[in-house]
Design a protein around this ligand. Sequence first.
Ligand SMILES: C[S@@+](CC[C@H](N)C(=O)[O-])C[C@H]1O[C@@H](n2cnc3c(N)ncnc32)[C@H](O)[C@@H]1O
Length: 380
Amino acid sequence: MANFKQHGMLPATTHDEASRQEFVSALRGHLSGRLMPGNYRVFHERVEPAFKARTGRNPESEHEVRELMTKNPFYQFWSAMQRRSQEMLWESVIDPTERQLPELIDKARKLGARPLPGKRKGTLRLDPKLEVPRYHTAADIHLQPGGYHTDFTADDIAAGAIYDKGINLYMGGGLGEENNLTGDTLVAYIRKAHPDFAPRSILDMGCAIGNSSVVWAREFPKARVHGLDVGAPILRYAHARAQALGVAVDFSQQNAEHTDFPDGSFDLVVSHIVLHETSKSALVRVLAESRRLLRPGGLMLHLEIPRGRTHMQKFMFNWEAYNNNETFSRYMTDLDLRGEALKAGFAPDQVRVDQFTPELDDTQKNYGDEFFWNILVGRR
Ligand SMILES: C[S@@+](CC[C@H](N)C(=O)[O-])C[C@H]1O[C@@H](n2cnc3c(N)ncnc32)[C@H](O)[C@@H]1O
């Protein structure tokens, strides 16, 4: 992919493998850019008027929209293609990863041990006894075989390598050359909303391959950056990837609901598109844990995708929940995020939800409305 950086841990591709990945990316771009908006047209120009002519009213819930749209041939075609393109996406990145897996594991071991010129190196702390939460073991999120957490061999890094290239294809390259879009977005927010904030300790919850952790470490070079996740293979890869990029991050395998860091350990606790991959009960625990970990004056920023304003938008956003194994994310629709933060112990004047659209992000405008990110902001 022209816009993706071939850093030291990314599996190499043969001509045919690269071409297959290009095809999947172009197909997904076509589906989301050209075909997906057609669902809104079909709904507003045909499905909804026909329903109104029959019943004298408009559909009154996302579920009513679902009942109507899942019978519509255009939606059925788009949905089937979207699902198949997701399966093709993983197939196209799994093959090159498996072909090179022993060498990649070896590379990860060496990169992990390598000193970083002029600075301390990053660290990796795994916990083989950690119980991976059911919201990850019950279904392979996004259909990635084994999810973020499954080790298929000793010292496995496959989940990370597959995810790194996979999410780039998923977004048709729109996540940036180092999958840096989510980290850049939250950095842009903090620069705008809290320009004088200079954290010395940062925790990135649900860091996956550390793509955002690396952004934070570069942005605040005096800060110590920790990244935590429940998945061992994704963290081994994150550690080696950060080392390959020459950035020091301390990764640990922990559940964001209850970590082993002492109270008040961090100036800044962040997460990027993680909350919707937990469950409703876990969410409150993650927010309470974020609060516990903040130093007085510290800041919590959880970046989330919106869940839609209209019934039709909610239906479309929940395509991922019903068809792409974001099974638990359904609870986020209509959730009062601020209310959940209050339950987690934040005082009313300490917490708010900001809507933010950075200039760098115009990849999502096809969702039938202006795109914005939700940022749950908490202060201690
Ligand atoms: C969509 S990925 C995150 C992407 C990444 N943060 C970014 O900026 O692009 C969600 C990650 O959150 C992790 N995660 C979900 N629930 C978690 C929990 N309770 N504790 C720690 N990590 C969690 C998953 O394992 C996964 O790696």
